[in-house]
Write a protein that binds this ligand. Structure first.
Ligand SMILES: NC(=O)c1ccc[n+]([C@@H]2O[C@H](COP(=O)([O-])OP(=O)(O)OC[C@H]3O[C@@H](n4cnc5c(N)ncnc54)[C@H](O)[C@@H]3O)[C@@H](O)[C@H]2O)c1
Length: 149
């Protein structure tokens, strides 16, 4: 499947960094956070990094504008249902992550695969985070390979 649009949940350091990198590769990005102010902060981080990239001659101004134009921010999680791939980048808090996966359950598309870098215990089968997991990986490279293949 050709990935044309990626949803990123969490517009913090990791989420905004991934959003920028993905947009640089020519892919549309929807970046989601819980409040407008956090979405705005994530977009500001990206603008700042792009502007530094222009100063360091990594991008032209035109390229930076184009990259930014591929990124849209929202607080409406349901909008990620149009994405080909969704990346979770929210707080490192298992309860918060589990609640998010419960919310995502409502809009889950069967073709979405869950590749998760987590070695957890799903022995009771009740963990909302893990019940969706198709494969668990330990290495980032392995995540990339599995996502692309
Ligand atoms: N920052 C890093 O270098 C780094 C490296 C490796 C892994 N990670 C992992 O990436 C994840 C994010 O880290 P970070 O540094 O970006 O954190 P961060 O605190 O900068 O950002 C987290 C963002 O998630 C948002 N958020 C929280 N709950 C949400 C929800 N239910 N829906 C939507 N948005 C929500 C917060 O408002 C915040 O903007 C963590 O799991 C962290 O362990 C981070």
């Amino acid at each position: 499947m050709k990935i044309q649009k990626i949803g990123i949940i969490g517009a913090g350091n990791m989420g905004s960094g991934i959003a920028q990198k993905v947009a640089q590769e020519g892919i549309q990005v929807l970046m989601v956070d819980v409040k407008d102010q956090y979405v705005k902060k994530g977009l500001e981080n990206i603008k700042q990094t792009l502007s530094e990239g222009v100063q360091r001659k990594i991008f032209t101004e035109e390229q930076a504008k184009e990259i930014l134009s591929r990124i849209r921010g929202t607080t409406i999680k349901e909008e990620v249902k149009d994405a080909d791939l969704v990346i979770e980048a929210i707080f490192e808090d298992m309860d918060v992550k589990k609640d998010l996966f419960k919310e995502l359950d409502k809009i889950w598309k069967e073709e979405w695969q869950t590749i998760y870098g987590y070695e957890g215990d799903n022995s009771d089968g009740e963990d909302p985070l893990l019940k969706r997991v198709d494969s668990i990986v330990q290495q980032f490279e392995e995540i990339c390979r599995k996502t692309i293949n």
